[in-house]
Design a protein around this ligand. Structure first.
Ligand code: ATP
Ligand code: FE2
Length: 330
């Protein structure tokens, strides 16, 4: 069966098409320009509305199939920004109704985990999900994916992008920060903020921006930001792995494309006799293929989303999702 997935929780509108074996036939996306500071949910939704149908047509053409080959339509039901979610959901409902195929609503965070599991071959990982809007440590426990730790304020990617905007880096700032950090020589003290299993980034952002205004070298600040924030992420990830006694760590979200973060997680994993798994970048960021694949998995487990249950869920929590497909895995 071939599934078309539509992702539209925040910046990105994505359309991906996968088959029953998770062969990614196509995975296209368009991101709204976030360089002017944050994203306005309505503007992002308008951007998605303009792009979703052309993206679908392009995806079908690039996959070399026709609409009649689509057997299932999946969409990101939440969590995310209401107007963006509604745009993606409306497109998905219209397509499913037009084609006369079933519809399935997918939790965005679970989709990061499921595509990672399938593509990397790990079985029961602890996921470090570090993106623009989200920073969470998630693992399977007691029949659900549970959030063991998360950011108490902003996502780490948002922090990086806000810092970048203040100091004049292009958007998105992550890759520029990574490049500059390689030229860092001095580790500048920044407020390390781990509270129990959770992390916080706004204090460190304020401190780094102030230090830059005081004339500290940008490369040293980028280096220190990375070292401090990534150490925080590694600490809570390790604590969660120890708690659930798991020996696989999976990375997801746009920030995990950072090579220094990957190196720090790999070292932590090796020291505990565990293994790190990193999907390719195009499947780490928000994308339609992860939604499509999770749709296939859910559909295979007998799940369906009736039209009347397809309303979007802005605060859709990871641990609200039933995981009948995981029952056979343990
Ligand atoms: P979500 O809705 O899941 O929060 P998002 O659209 O905000 O998603 P992603 O597409 O997963 O985020 O990732 C984008 C973020 O990743 C941006 O904040 C960007 O700066 C950051 N990023 C990208 N590459 C790197 C890198 N090499 N190092 C650090 N951060 C990076
Ligand atoms: Fe995401």
């Amino acid at each position: 069966m071939i599934c078309l997935g539509i992702e539209g929780t925040a910046h990105t509108i994505g359309v991906g098409i996968v088959d029953q074996d998770c062969r990614v036939l196509v995975n296209l996306s368009k991101m709204i320009d976030g360089s002017k500071g944050g994203i306005h949910p309505r503007e992002a939704a308008n951007h998605h509305a303009e792009n979703v149908v052309p993206l679908m047509h392009e995806a079908i053409a690039k996959a070399g199939i026709s609409y009649d080959d689509i057997g299932l339509v999946a969409f990101s039901q939440g969590p995310g920004l209401g107007p963006c979610l509604r745009t993606a959901a409306t497109a998905a409902r219209s397509l499913a109704l037009t084609l006369g195929v079933e519809l399935i609503g997918v939790n965005h965070c679970v989709a990061h985990l499921e595509i990672g599991r399938k593509i990397t071959g790990c079985k029961d990982p602890t996921l470090l999900y570090a993106s623009g809007g989200n920073t969470q440590v998630i693992a399977h426990s007691g029949g659900r994916y549970r959030v063991f730790g998360e950011t108490l304020d902003i996502g780490i990617g948002n922090m990086i992008d806000k810092f970048g905007r203040e100091v004049g880096l292009p958007f998105p700032s992550g890759p520029h920060l990574e490049r500059l950090a390689r030229e860092g020589k001095e580790l500048i003290d920044l407020p390390y903020s781990v509270k129990g299993m959770d992390v916080a980034f706004s204090g460190i952002l304020t401190a780094a921006v102030q230090l830059r205004r005081q004339g500290r070298r940008l490369q040293d600040l980028c280096f220190s930001l990375q070292e401090t924030c990534f150490a925080m992420l590694v600490e809570v990830t390790e604590r969660a792995m120890a708690h659930v006694e798991k020996d696989e760590v999976l990375l997801g979200g746009g920030v995990v494309q950072n090579k220094r973060l990957q190196e720090m997680v790999r070292i932590m994993a090796e020291e505990r006799g565990a293994k790190m798994f990193v999907p390719p970048g195009s499947l780490c960021v928000d994308n339609g293929a992860m939604i499509a694949w999770t749709g296939v998995v859910m559909h295979g487990a007998g799940l369906r989303t009736k039209l009347e249950d397809s309303a979007v869920r802005q605060r859709f929590r990871t641990d609200e999702v039933d995981l009948p497909w995981m029952k056979d895995s343990f």
